[in-house]
Design a protein around this ligand. Structure first.
Ligand SMILES: Nc1ncnc2c1ncn2[C@@H]1O[C@H](COP(=O)(O)OP(=O)(O)O)[C@@H](O)[C@H]1O
Ligand SMILES: [Mg+2]
Length: 256
């Protein structure tokens, strides 16, 4: 068998996260999770509400700490890095949340918010910032006339596009998409999915796509991981997984 070296982008070994509960047993939110995500792969992460999907995404980006297990990016162990050392790596790994309104700062224009990130990471020189922001907005289908607006002056779909543009500024290799289309109507949802596909093709990004929508997984993902109570219940190729997901929801009447 020929091994393709360097295919793996992320490797997680035995990730466990628990919260202390007052006067009781600890609440185990992630229970010994091991997984891998390859370069240029879209992995769907499904499971009922409270199954640990967001927590897994947050651990991967070290937005929450004090978990046990190992996380590797490009064969480099990152869970033991200091926050400072991880910050240098951090720009390669991004997350976009469901609620674009609270992800954006209401008191700054889109231009100001993007400018701040570009300066922080020193992405381009000052003279190039204007053009850089214009083309970042263009890539997500927003005219540059939108950049002087405040978040409340944009529609939900436009705000989510701004969040995508902002995440792309640092040229990430990996993006966690945490239910990012859940607040959108069906038309905007499918437009955002098409946009994410185009971006992936152009930039070779891997996505962890958290969703409760099996139809979107069928359309968008290469592979599926399904969580139940913090454990991987099953994972695999999307065609076989979708049958399992269907029968899971037929036997568990509670919605995702
Ligand atoms: N900061 C926290 N303290 C205690 N419990 C938490 C905390 N954050 C999440 N949880 C619990 O962890 C479980 C998983 O939550 P989450 O990862 O948000 O699930 P999902 O994204 O699949 O809906 C839930 O039971 C939730 O209540
Ligand atoms: Mg969640």
């Amino acid at each position: 068998m020929i091994e393709v070296i360097g295919l793996q982008l992320i490797r997680v070994n035995n990730l466990t996260k628990q919260y202390k509960q007052r006067g009781g047993l600890p609440l185990i939110v992630l229970d010994n999770i091991s997984l891998e995500i390859n370069n240029n792969e879209t992995v769907g992460l499904m499971g009922r509400i409270g199954s640990g999907k967001s927590t897994l995404g947050y651990c991967l980006l070290r937005l929450i700490s004090s978990f046990s297990g190992e996380i590797y990016y490009n064969n480099m162990r990152v869970d033991q890095l200091s926050q400072r050392a991880f910050r240098k790596q951090r720009k390669k790994y991004q997350i976009i949340f469901q609620d674009s309104s609270s992800s954006l700062n209401p008191i700054f224009t889109i231009d100001e918010q993007m400018r701040e990130i570009i300066s922080y990471y020193e992405i381009v020189s000052k003279v190039k910032i204007n053009n850089f922001i214009d083309s970042a907005l263009e890539e997500v289908g927003l005219g540059y006339d939108k950049k002087e607006r405040y978040p409340h002056e944009l529609s939900t779909g436009e705000k989510q596009r701004v969040c995508i543009a902002r995440a792309l500024l640092t040229e990430p290799e990996f993006i966690v998409l945490d239910e990012i289309t859940s607040s959108l109507d069906v038309i905007n949802e499918s437009r955002i999915i098409e946009l994410l596909k185009t971006i992936k093709q152009k930039r070779s990004i891997s996505y962890l796509f958290i969703t409760h929508n099996a139809g979107l997984v069928a359309d968008f993902c290469d592979r599926v991981i399904f969580l139940e109570n913090g454990k991987i219940l099953f994972e695999g190729d999307k065609t076989e997984s979708l049958d399992k997901i269907k029968s899971y929801f037929n036997t568990h009447e509670v919605s995702a």
